[in-house]
Design a binder for this molecule. Structure first.
Ligand SMILES: [Zn+2]
Length: 380
């Protein structure tokens, strides 16, 4: 029974469908109707026209306005990377890294790049391990396996990768440039752009360099802001601090020259050791100021005192140490009211922020009055 019922269907013409949208637009044509009515009527009998038939095709109704934004959203959502789609995808990681750099998220970009680089290394070692296994050199293969295990420990976790995928931005070079333009005009904006730009990001070291450039750019922007607001105070205060630092170093040099013959035997002398520990800190306060002065291009006014400090420090260093104190640029929302270096967490005193060593030096060697410069949070 069933078979009989289906016979016509199976043997018929290609499947056609009624396009309801076209019910009135196509005149009835006998050749278009594969299901002719069992009883034929002539048109003169006044029966309603049968709807036109046509092959089913994908048609948009004319009055349908496509919402391309939604469509785009759907497409992007579908192709949006997930932590799992990225975790072993070097190309995807490199793309993500670039986007993180563009959003000012440099430390995450660095982790992302390092993850991609480690993956690349692992892939290479896996290939070498495979060759070693193939030639039966199992001892070498085991060594490679251990190296791979070590490298895998350096990879970022799924949670970390998930964080890279979140959509937010941090301060970018462009934000800083906009701030400069807003405060000091277009020309200063051009100067900023010629001083601070990122290298082409190819390796993780390029991002490390970008981090230093970003920190310097932040430093530059905040010091320019301070100079703009309180130009006289910056000069007076910095000169005073540098003079005092120089005095301290001169005094240290006299003391150390006096006790020079005894120095090798005094390594258990606690007072001397404390003093020797504090001296580089004093020098570093001046060093940070020197960097700030150079960064904003006003070293001419401080040339002599800076040269004197350097000379005295070199002599002291030769007497006592062989290692020089190192200075690191840091990004952060707080600017020290003495050396003007930015930092993430500086203690507050008299409504300004200071490095502990800077304010210690100020109180003990410069003045019991608070420093002159008034410095709020960075980038406000
Ligand atoms: Zn400081």
């Amino acid at each position: 029974m069933m078979d009989e019922e289906f016979t016509d269907f199976k043997s018929g013409d290609p499947v056609h469908d009624i396009d309801l949208l076209d019910m009135t637009s196509h005149p009835k044509s006998p050749t278009q109707n594969p299901f002719p009515p069992k009883f034929s009527f002539s048109s003169s009998e006044g029966l309603p026209k049968l709807p036109a038939l046509k092959k089913k095709s994908f048609l948009f109704p004319l009055d349908l306005e496509l919402n391309t934004t939604n469509l785009l959203e759907i497409i992007t959502t579908e192709s949006k990377p997930t932590p799992w789609s990225l975790i072993e995808n070097i190309e995807g990681l490199n793309t993500r890294c670039k986007s993180l750099v563009d959003k000012g998220r440099l430390s995450q970009a660095l982790c992302c790049k390092k993850h991609a680089e480690t993956l690349g290394e692992i892939q290479k070692i896996k290939e070498t391990k495979r060759i070693a296994t193939e030639r039966g050199d199992y001892e070498t293969a085991i060594q490679y396996r251990n190296i791979i295990a070590q490298l895998e420990k350096q990879l970022s976790t799924v949670e970390e990768i998930d964080d890279w995928l979140k959509d937010h931005k941090e301060t970018t070079l462009q934000d800083l440039c906009d701030q400069i333009v807003q405060e000091q005009g277009e020309d200063m904006g051009k100067v900023f752009k010629s001083k601070f730009f990122f290298p082409d990001i190819k390796k993780s070291t390029d991002i490390e360099l970008a981090q230093t450039i970003m920190a310097q750019a932040q430093q530059y922007t905040s010091v320019k802001h301070i100079l703009n607001e309180q130009p006289g105070k910056f000069q007076t205060q910095s000169k005073l601090i540098l003079d005092k630092i120089n005095e301290e170093l001169c005094k240290a040099m006299r003391i150390l020259f006096k006790i020079k013959p005894l120095l090798p035997t005094m390594d258990k002398d606690e007072d001397l050791q404390v003093y020797l520990k504090a001296l580089p800190e004093v020098f570093l306060v001046g060093e940070r100021l020197r960097k700030v002065i150079q960064l904003v291009g006003i070293e001419k006014e401080f040339k002599e005192i800076l040269a004197e400090i350097q000379l005295n420090w070199d002599e002291i260093r030769d007497l006592v140490w062989k290692v020089e104190g190192k200075i690191r640029y840091e990004t952060g929302e707080f600017v020290c009211g003495i050396c003007l270096f930015a930092n993430k967490g500086l203690p507050m005193l008299c409504s300004s922020y200071f490095h502990v060593t800077c304010i210690n030096f100020w109180i003990n060697r410069v003045s019991v009055e608070p420093p002159h410069l008034v410095i709020g949070n960075n980038f406000n």
